[in-house]
Design a protein around this ligand. Structure first.
Ligand code: C5P
Length: 202
């Protein structure tokens, strides 16, 4: 397995109030933490997409930024870990777990996921329409791992938007499995998330 990594860091951070990848957490930029976790998980190189030093330009949608990263990977890459700069607390062992499952060789993609603990309700404005069963539902994180050909093919086959990479592979008929995620693998979305992440720093 020739494993490489992509960190997407080109979001505008609208809910955060500005680009968050360069924000410091414990004195270290979020994008650096994301790169380090992939390197420690075994990625031979990590391509950064976005406004980080050495980063390549991203796109309008997250999937466009991932596509830019895919186009820039070394030619001998066979597998890829795709990770959000917005998840600076993902441990290296989570990336290793994803990569190890991928290495078994029977699936196109592996995502970290956590069973949903909250009760879910569908709403219209403030009105509750119905309660959605949480049975069989997981909340999905990054890093996500893929057979590179499968992810590239999924990108070619489908130009619609997706909130994660696995969605493209699923829609293209690929097989995706999940491994246990980490409750500490918080996604920095709003400014207050940064304070939570500071408190959770190992
Ligand atoms: O916007 P959201 O929080 O879903 O972004 C998830 C990750 O995708 C972030 O790390 C963000 O920088 C990245 N992203 C990107 N290009 C975009 C949108 C998001 O690289 N156009």
């Amino acid at each position: 397995m020739n494993l490489h990594g992509i960190v997407v860091a080109a979001g505008r951070g609208e809910r955060f109030g500005g680009p968050k990848a360069v924000v410091l957490l414990g004195g270290i930029p979020l994008w650096v933490r994301a790169v380090e976790s992939l390197r420690q998980a075994g990625a031979l190189t990590v391509t950064v997409v976005g406004a980080a030093p050495g980063g390549i330009p991203g796109g309008i949608r997250r999937r466009d930024s991932v596509a830019a990263g895919l186009a820039a990977l070394p030619s001998d890459a066979s597998h890829v870990l795709v990770h959000d700069a917005a998840r600076p607390l993902a441990s290296a062992s989570l990336g290793r777990l994803v990569a190890a499952r991928l290495q078994v060789g029977d699936v196109d993609g592996v995502v970290p996921g956590i069973p949903v603990a909250d009760t879910l309700k569908q709403v219209e404005g403030a009105r509750v329409v119905t309660t959605v069963s949480r049975s069989g539902l997981i909340a999905v994180q990054t890093p996500q791992g893929f057979v590179l050909d499968a992810l590239r093919e999924a990108h070619r086959a489908d130009d619609s938007d997706a909130t994660d990479d696995a969605q493209l592979v699923e829609r293209n008929g690929g097989s995706v499995v999940f491994v246990p995620g980490e409750t500490s693998n918080l996604k920095i979305t709003r400014p207050e998330d940064l304070a939570i992440a500071e408190a959770w720093l190992p």
